[in-house]
Ligand binder design. Sequence first.
Ligand SMILES: [Fe+2]
Length: 305
Amino acid sequence: MDIQLKPLSLDPAKLDGLSEQLLRSHYDNNYTGAAKRLNAIRGQLSQLAWDTTPVFTINGLKREELIAANSVYLHELYFENLGGDGVLPSNGLSIALTRDFGSVERWRSEFTALAKAMGGGSGWAILNWSPREGRLVNQWAADHTHLLAGATPILALDMYEHAYHLDFGAKAAAYVDAFMRNINWNTVYPRYGAAVKASALSFGVEPSAVNQATAQLIDVRRAETFADANDMITGARYADPADVSGWVGTLDPERPVVVYCLHGLDIGRSTALSLRARGVSAQFMEGGIEAWRAVQLPLVPKAAA
Ligand SMILES: [Fe+2]
């Protein structure tokens, strides 16, 4: 089956500092071209006599298939993660970036420096979710084929010259700055949430299944949410999910850990995965404190805790 093109999801006339001509050329020539190439290669592969075809032909076709497929996938991520105002709100992703890079600004500095360092060459700067390390990772990809094994791309920045030359000539750094001003974090955050959800499938525990006698219950609601809250789970203590490295050493290594956030979504899941990557036997509470509350399990006023 041929791969189908995805329509351009943004209005290319409305980007800040990236022209409609550049976006249309990129979509029509490079993205569409990669999809056509992929379909042509797969057409040839489907007819190949595998037993008698020279190995150099097989190597060449399979290599080109990989390049074309990843070019299609990454270009789709690229166009979908443009069209916003570039402002990352305070949410589970900003918490994860702070946890994994020290601050959102430090993440931004690393990501943009990595991209600018690729100017004049070709490749992608990618922010990945790595389930192996339970964290976000900035990745250098020299071409379409260098992807971090097992990781999920969250944000993709095309550093091939065709992505900027029409507007910026050789000024790759100015292109990177323009890209950052146009990131649509409303598409990036759900990608992160879905990747974390898939990684955490085995590590959830229902409120009614938590063993309060043995578990260390850690309240990891984001700081603003916790500041506004009136109560918390009986026996729990608070720890900032943006600072896991700051408190992981205070946990009792002999007792299992259950973290909970407000609704049991990316913050609780991601904190549990971050702890597991640090060697802690951690689970997250399905549904968060709101699910606990719904089944009338014990809560205490925050002041008393
Ligand atoms: Fe491209």
